[in-house]
Write a protein that binds this ligand. Structure first.
Ligand code: FAD
Length: 1001
């Protein structure tokens, strides 16, 4: 019988088990290949390479954010077995001795790339596709882009526990309840002795060649010669059963038993030789394995076609499996299976009449599953497969479920658990703390550090009170200490934690979010919660549940710089800013993770999550604007206090900042976040924290600091616990009672208890500001806060004043807001410039203050008046632009011309694009992405070049195009691997009336 993922581990569906309904839907096909490899183990990669060499088209889906999960994930890198060098891959990894994590990961990446094999990271298999005869014909995977299908003639199941084979109905032994043996490796720790632990200290230490300087801007790395002892612990853990909850708990127990303050690194994954082996076409009972002669039938499930099980779950004796699971050993079997799978595929017909079988016969919880089903990118979809109506098993029921145990999510878990809620925290990484730990940002930048954050900071220091690694500064921490601190706090209060589990859908009943759909290494299922906290930082669950959101689209390409850091054990702060990343776009994540390994080639490792500052923000009951922040808006329902500068990491978009740029980085602004900004409009039972909250992108830099988000997370956790205790939807809790608690612990000042909304500003204040604004724009924030009244007062003042300078100030502000009255004054002002003033280039790191010049702002303002009379003035300055000129001038011209939208602007824009070096900066494939990425840690050149090309092309296209150049460039960027450029370019093309007209014609 075919089964949806998590059923594979629940063969008996007792009455007590609950199920959730999933309606029929269409799953987009992302790849159509001969061979799909599920799992990124070394053997899986070897199989993919060999299949490709044998002529097959191959796709590989890795579950971890890197390849080599069998050795890097389990930290089983040590081997003395010289025979593994008999395989090309084994030799490339091990021939020079103990490899670094990066060496393994990069060697495997390169092996696939050099053989033209497509692959993705962080993908969890969820279902099996079948063809017209009911035979397995591919898989469905879940990742942060949603779910996609891969059609394949042969499937190589390189998951550690044979998940694909189980879903295809293969027979397996029962997972024995009781004590089971696992291995877990830690680096740097003291040797521990306990009856339930036995240890092996690896003779060869982990060797580090570089040390992080800890500086955000420093491009160099300090050479070092540091060694850390690695200990592999073997331990017995009591397993209730083979469910995912049991495995997730076992990982926590391994961490409980092995952590100490010396730890600089640990395994992501528990290692186990699976006790519940598959029933194969053949059985290998011998202890020894002859890699060349062992029958491939041992790796093929009985009575199931097209599947090879390339793991310790194959039909092997325990000893033989032990041998094959030694580092590098399975590579040769992978090669043989890859070859065989390609051969079988070569005479198989293309799978037809594909379906994903469902079972709708069970009694279900009312509701349905919401998920992303647009494909990796809609343009790349190769069709769709019908997924029949079905049921998903309920994997657990909690008062509070927190998805994303990051900066805000881990404290949310603590807040809920400490307030008595049955709490589950889920993350697809193997540690808590998100950007502040796994993300390598182990240092605060500004931020309101009172209240719960103060408790965290002290608690983290107390993880090693007299330890030499303890950071003297309260605003810095040891990576391993903070992640462990949160883990203990949650578990200590009875909370549960599931690592290595991705949230990929919402279970919703009439706008009530009742649960999270998760994909686990044991398959897919639903976790029900009275209250759901979406702490993914990207509002993953709120959006699939139906919330609207804002992000890069056809209108906007303003993105804060992002990066992937290098990581050596013991590093805690490697802050990068060298690209843009959409971390919900798996192609982009793949691109950046591959390229980062080239960039930091000599380091021990790279980070596991992209460092993204710009994320999807859901639209809440209230959206915080730049001027709410600037005017220090107060609310009756403030839930967290935020403090920072406008650290914009790029250019801003809000008209206010185009006139009055944010102050220097040293100057802090305070901002409250009201509870309503965390509640997605139209949804019940869910709150969103952190970077996914409802705010304008230009306001987010003040709101995003870790100390403040920790306080926010804790507050929401507390709120969710109250909601479940009182059986209320979280939206309707007594906010004053919550505020009192937050005031008590110092997270909020007492004034919030009596605060009212101070918006809108009184008209007298606006009128007064209209007078003062002529002096260095003093009071502009008041005028623009209530734009309707502000514009009226400004227009009156513009027409009344006789002072030329004042008229220009009013005209510039009005123009920026799209009011035409001052257009002649603006043109005159532009004419007074013989040449361009000092502009701005995309700097990323260290970007404070203006991102356009004064002349840029005049040009944008006149453009927004839409007056064609302004064109000659703009064209005159365009003639003076050279490729060396600042980016902001190109942007100003593009914005202005696009607003005026006159065909006569097309040719001048075309000429700008034809200047040497302006064209040709797309990254359509991984080879180009690798070639174009400079080694410098925080390089900005690729971004400046691409942004300029894209922004000019967009204006050209919108002005009617010239020689179809604008269309051509946008089409190229709509296939760019970098997700934000893709979104912007394809968004413009999709919304264009030009294209819609062509379609009609
Ligand atoms: C490069 C960079 C430098 C920064 N520098 C500083 C600084 O110096 N000081 C400072 O205070 N702040 C800094 N910030 C800001 C701050 O770190 C972030 O704003 C903050 O950490 C975001 O918190 P969050 O909880 O929203 O997201 P995160 O901390 O990113 O947490 C999100 C969590 O959700 C998990 N997750 C996401 N999606 C899923 C899913 N579908 N399923 C399962 N798990 C999921 C992730 O693994 C992660 O653990 C920086 C940010 C960046 C990117």
């Amino acid at each position: 019988m075919l089964t949806s993922g998590a059923y594979a581990f629940h063969p008996t569906q007792s009455d007590k088990k609950k199920f959730a309904r999933q309606s029929e839907r269409k799953i987009p096909i992302a790849y159509n290949v001969d061979v799909v490899v599920v799992g990124g183990s070394t053997a899986g990669v070897a199989a993919a390479v060999e299949a490709s060499r044998a002529g097959a088209k191959v796709f590989l889906a890795a579950q971890e954010p890197y390849l080599g999960e069998d050795v890097c994930g389990t930290f089983r890198l040590w081997t003395k077995d010289k025979s593994i060098s008999n395989t090309k891959l084994g030799a490339a990894i091990w021939s020079e001795g103990l490899p670094s994590q990066l060496k393994v990961k990069k060697t495997l990446d390169d092996a696939l790339i050099n053989n033209n094999i497509s692959f993705l990271y962080s993908c969890f298999v969820t279902d099996i596709l079948t063809n017209k005869t009911g035979t397995p014909a591919g898989v469905v995977m879940a990742n942060r882009s949603g779910r996609q299908a891969i059609v394949a003639k042969s499937i190589i199941d390189a998951t550690p526990r044979g998940l694909v084979a189980r879903m295809a109905g293969a027979e397996f032994g029962n997972y024995p309840a009781g004590k089971q043996n696992f291995k877990f490796t830690v680096v740097g720790n003291k040797l521990k002795k306990a009856s339930n632990l036995s240890a092996r200290i690896h003779e060869e230490p982990v060797q580090i060649g570089f040390k992080s300087s800890g500086s955000a801007n420093d491009g160099s790395f300090q050479k070092a010669n540091i060694q850390y002892k690695a200990i592999e612990y073997s331990m017995q853990i009591n397993m209730k059963d083979g469910s995912w909850a049991s495995f997730a708990e076992a990982e926590q127990i391994a961490r409980d038993r092995t952590w100490d303050a010396d730890q600089v690194e640990s395994s992501d994954l528990l290692f186990q030789n699976p006790p519940d082996k598959m029933v194969g076409q053949k059985r290998w009972n011998n202890e020894k394995v002859d890699l060349e002669r062992i029958n491939i039938g041992v790796f093929q499930p009985r009575k199931t076609e097209n599947i090879y099980v390339l793991s310790g779950s194959a039909s092997l004796s325990e000893k033989a499996a032990e041998t094959l699971l030694a580092p590098g050993k399975m590579i040769r079997i992978g090669e043989r299976i890859g070859h065989e799978a390609a051969h079988v595929a070569s005479f198989s017909t293309v799978p037809e009449q594909l379906r994903i079988k469902g079972d709708s016969s069970l009694k279900v919880e009312p509701g349905d599953v919401g998920e992303f089903l647009e494909g990796l990118r809609p343009l790349l979809n190769l069709g769709e497969v019908v997924s029949e109506e079905t049921t998903l098993p309920v994997l657990g029921e909690y008062d509070v479920v927190v998805l994303g145990g990051g900066t805000a999510g881990a404290p949310a878990g603590v807040g809920a658990a400490q307030n008595g809620a049955r709490t589950l925290v889920i993350d697809y990484m193997h540690g808590l703390g998100g950007m502040g730990t796994i993300g390598m940002i182990g240092r605060y930048f500004h931020g309101y550090r009172e209240g719960y954050t103060n408790i965290v900071d002290k608690g983290v220091k107390d993880m090693g009170p007299d330890h030499p690694r303890k950071k003297g500064n309260l605003g810095e921490w040891v990576f391993d200490w903070k992640t462990e601190y949160f883990r203990r706090e949650i578990r200590g209060s009875g909370g549960e934690i599931w690592f290595g589990t991705i949230g990929c859908g919402a279970f919703v009943d009439n706008n009530q979010v009742k649960g999270i759909v998760v994909a686990t290494p044991n398959g897919r299922g639903v976790v029900l919660g009275h209250s759901i906290i979406d702490s993914t930082g990207s509002a993953d669950i709120a959006i699939v549940a139906g919330a609207s959101y804002s992000y890069t689209d056809g209108k906007s390409v303003a993105v804060q710089g992002a990066g992937v850091p290098f990581k050596n054990p013991n590093d805690f702060y490697n802050n990068t800013d060298w690209t843009f990343i959409n971390d919900s776009d798996m192609l982009d994540v793949w691109r950046v993770m591959v390229v980062a390994k080239d960039k930091f080639e000599e380091q021990y490792d790279i980070g596991k999550i992209p460092q993204t500052r710009e994320r999807r923000r859901m639209i809440g009951d209230f959206t915080i604007s730049v001027l709410d922040v600037y005017n220090e808006r107060t609310y009756p329902d403030s839930i967290s206090l935020h403090k920072s500068s406008f650290d914009t990491h790029g250019f801003t978009e809000d008209p206010f900042f185009s006139l009055k740029p944010p102050e220097h980085g040293g100057i802090d602004v305070y901002a409250y976040v009201p509870f309503r900004a965390l509640l997605p409009k139209g949804l019940e039972g869910i709150a969103v924290t952190g970077l996914g909250a409802s705010a304008h992108r230009d306001a987010m830099p003040v709101i995003r600091m870790q100390p403040c988000l920790q306080n926010q997370g804790y507050a929401i956790g507390w709120a969710a616990a109250i909601a479940s205790q009182q059986d209320k939807n979280i939206r309707y809790i007594d906010i004053k009672a919550l505020q009192k608690e937050l005031v008590r612990i110092g997270s909020l000042p007492e004034s919030v208890l009596s605060d009212t909304d101070n918006y809108p500003p009184p008209i007298e204040k606006i009128q007064e500001a209209v007078k003062t604004v002529v002096q260095d724009l003093d009071g502009l924030e008041t005028i623009l806060w209530d734009q309707e009244k502000g514009i009226k007062a400004l227009t009156d003042a513009f027409h009344k004043t006789q002072n030329e300078e004042h008229r220009l100030t009013y005209a510039r502000i009005l123009g920026m807001l799209g009011v035409e009255d001052g257009w002649e004054v603006l043109i005159k002002a532009i004419h007074s410039f013989d040449d361009w003033d000092e502009g701005w280039n995309f700097t990323g790191m260290g970007q404070f203050g203006p991102s356009i010049s004064y002349l840029d702002s005049l040009i944008i303002a006149v453009g927004r008046t839409k007056k064609t009379e302004a064109l000659p003035a703009i064209f005159r300055l365009m003639d003076k632009l050279t490729p060396e000129c600042h980016f902001s001038h190109f942007r100003a011209v593009a914005i202005a011309l696009e607003s005026i939208n006159d065909q006569s602007a097309a040719e001048p824009l075309y000429k700008l694009l034809e200047m040497p070096g302006v064209r040709g900066h797309t990254m359509p494939d991984i080879q180009t992405a690798k070639r174009l990425e400079p080694k410098f840690k925080n390089d900005v050149s690729t971004r400046n070049n691409s942004l300029r090309e894209l922004i000019l092309a967009r204006a050209l296209f919108k002005c009617g195009d010239f020689n179809s150049e604008g269309y051509q460039i946008l089409s190229e960027y709509s296939k760019d691997l970098r997700g934000h450029y893709y979104r912007h370019a394809s968004g413009i093309l999709e919304s264009s009336t030009y294209l819609q007209k062509q379609d009609r014609d």
